[in-house]
Design a protein around this ligand. Structure first.
Ligand code: RAM
Length: 345
């Protein structure tokens, strides 16, 4: 296992000193796009379709998926669009259906827009695994969720409210406007702010489309439009990295708080230079690894995605399918100055 967390006395700790080293080895041997071939009777041709290519988060998750597929001697492939839109994902799904892959492992840019392409794929016998960002449940067999939406929302609200002293204006810099995962988290963050943080006001939600430059520009615009802004939550690794880069050389550095979901490698410099205090994520490599084993279990007919189905995901161990065909990886984890040096992804 690459990354284990446990909660003891309210403190989340990393277990296993080898975590960083194992992850390092994974990064050194992995390859973000391309094919790994294997053999076997079952159709273990499994293709990852992330929201977009060129996103460090998906580079890591898909490498985790490739590692699992190598373990069971399947054929790994990764395809995906340059921009994070549903339209761009549809043509990949159609092509993969024609190519008779065994499974598509997909992070969806929209909950419904991929529906007809996915239905055709399923009808043709392709197993559909969503991971990271789900579709409506009827369009896939199983969803591999990184952590509960409630947990992901809460950790970000807890971080920002702590960082701004629980008072003042905040804004959200999200990914694309239709992203299933970000929108679920945003709804829950709004509810938490309203209920538990009456002195914190969410003044705007803007969308950087998981594009670095757009996210950078949206950050600049937020700071101009809201001169009293005290904090930004960016629930996307692309957004938070671009916002941190903007803040780090601006007069807002250290004055406007920034948190959200980021990768340690992209955020390390900004934590060390004081632009960012703390942010959260899970281990994307474990997420991809688990998704590949779920695809295998579906292909093998061991599971169908119904509640109570169980399967073993290599070194991560045994998992049980929960409500709405969802499998849960674990808890989100907080990164800050005290631990960020030990991670490499
Ligand atoms: C980006 C993507 C992804 C999300 C992470 C946190 O890389 O939007 O879907 O889970 O951020």
């Amino acid at each position: 296992m690459l990354f284990h967390t446990s909660k003891r006395k309210g403190v989340t700790r990393v277990l296993g000193l080898a975590a960083a080293a194992v992850t390092l080895a994974l990064v050194a041997t992995g390859c973000s796009t391309g094919t790994t071939s294997g053999s076997g009777d079952a159709n273990y041709k499994i293709t990852f379709l992330p929201k977009n290519l060129g996103n460090a988060y998906f580079d890591t998750s898909d490498k985790g998926g490739e590692k699992a597929i190598k373990e069971f001697k399947g054929t790994y492939k990764e395809v995906g669009p340059a921009t994070a839109t549903a339209d761009a994902q549809v043509s990949y799904i159609n092509t993969l259906t024609q190519q008779n892959v065994g499974a598509i492992v997909l992070s969806a840019n929209d909950p419904t827009a991929l529906g007809s392409a996915l239905t055709q794929a399923k009808t043709a016998g392709v197993k559909i695994v969503t991971f990271d960002s789900d579709t409506d449940a009827k369009y896939r067999d199983i969803f591999i969720n990184q952590a509960t939406a409630e947990g992901i929302a809460k950790i970000q609200v807890d971080l920002i409210t702590k960082q701004i002293g629980d008072t003042g204006d905040v804004a959200i810099l999200s990914a694309s406007a239709n992203a299933t995962n970000q929108n679920a988290w945003i709804d829950l963050m709004k509810a938490d702010l309203t209920k538990n943080h009456p002195n914190v006001k969410l003044v705007d939600t803007v969308y950087g489309n998981d594009d670095d430059q757009t996210s950078f520009d949206k950050t600049a615009a937020l700071l101009q439009t809201y001169p009293n802004l005290k904090g930004i939550i960016s629930p996307t690794t692309v957004g938070i990295a671009a916002a941190a880069r903007y803040l780090s050389t601006s007069s807002f550095k250290g004055k406007v708080a920034l948190t959200g979901l980021g990768t340690p490698n992209q955020m390390r410099d900004y934590v060390n230079d004081g632009t960012v205090t703390a942010f959260a994520l899970w281990n994307p490599a474990d997420l991809g690894y688990l998704a590949s084993y779920a695809a295998k279990a579906l292909i093998d007919g061991k599971i169908t995605g119904k509640k109570g189905d169980t399967f073993t995901a290599g070194t991560l161990g045994k998992f049980t399918v929960g409500e709405k065909g969802t499998v849960l990886l674990g808890d989100p984890y907080t990164f800050d100055k005290s631990n960020i040096a030990t991670f490499n992804f």
